[in-house]
Design a protein around this ligand. Structure first.
Ligand SMILES: [Fe+2]
Length: 269
């Protein structure tokens, strides 16, 4: 079924006034002022805006409703708002060493009544999308519209992170907030490459080295929901830059790169 028809019946109750949209953006922009300045937090602030922009691009391509596009953009803008409290409280962005940042984002949204200008249905859609943005699998009980907002957010988040990784390695930098302090040695876990060759997402449990982590990011192309997302990754040449930064480039890693790159390339023609 054409996606435009598929969502047409659900659009009736989706409404967001432009003034409300601007207020929600302003609220988000003011929120970090309550925290002591830190460069990693500035990066997260930029990431949220960037994910919102990418989500806007994807949704403009997918759906005609301006109001639904704005719901998606707000979900994307607020998706990591819990990162500020997480960093202030635990001095880390690693969820396993602190708490689930998606749940924290929803907690922050509720405590600050950030979405109170929206009706409860729209609030629920945004909160569900945020709660599902960092899970391995999307909750299978979502409504079509919740699933749409969630999948666009997940794709936009992955695209921005791949872009950040790619820029980071193009500049030959090292950043522990991006790399999780993994050993930068000339090794990789064969299980990681095998997952990619089998067309599967790499499991975080198999990540032992920085090379494994880079390969895991590359495997994200298997978890994209929309053609346009593959095209955006292909246009940015993110996979090539990340692959070039691997400290081991052998037949196996080359094959893994060719496969994920081919998946994105296939959508560009
Ligand atoms: Fe996140």
């Amino acid at each position: 079924m054409n996606i435009l028809c598929k969502f047409a019946f659900t659009l009736a109750y989706i409404f967001m006034d432009t003034e409300i949209f601007q207020t929600l953006v302003k609220q988000f922009n003011n929120y970090p002022l309550g925290f002591e300045y830190a460069l990693p937090l500035e990066s997260k602030f930029k990431h949220c805006h960037s994910v919102a922009n990418i989500a806007k691009q994807i949704s403009e391509y997918l759906i005609p409703s301006k109001n639904l596009q704005q719901i998606i953009e707000i979900a994307a803008l607020y998706h990591d708002i819990g990162r500020f409290e997480q960093y202030a409280k635990y001095n880390t962005f690693v969820d396993s060493k602190s708490e689930n940042h998606a749940a924290l984002s929803v907690k922050v949204i509720k405590e600050n009544n950030f979405l109170s200008l929206l009706d409860t249905e729209n609030q629920k859609i945004i909160e569900i999308a945020i709660l599902n943005h960092n899970t391995k699998k999307i909750n299978s009980n979502l409504t079509e519209i919740e699933n749409l907002v969630t999948t666009v957010l997940r794709d936009a988040d992955k695209i921005d992170i791949l872009g950040l990784f790619s820029n980071h390695y193009a500049d030959n930098k090292s950043d522990e907030t991006l790399e999780l302090n993994l050993p930068d040695i000339k090794e990789y876990n064969p299980k990681v490459v095998q997952s990619i060759i089998s067309g599967e997402l790499v499991d975080m449990q198999d990540v032992k080295t920085l090379n494994d982590f880079k390969l895991l990011k590359m495997s994200w192309v298997y978890d994209l929901n929309y053609e346009i997302s593959h095209v955006l990754i292909s246009n940015g040449k993110y996979l090539r830059t990340i692959f070039d930064s691997l400290s081991v480039k052998d037949e196996q890693t080359q094959l893994a790169f060719n496969l994920v790159d081919g998946v994105c390339e296939a959508y560009t023609n």
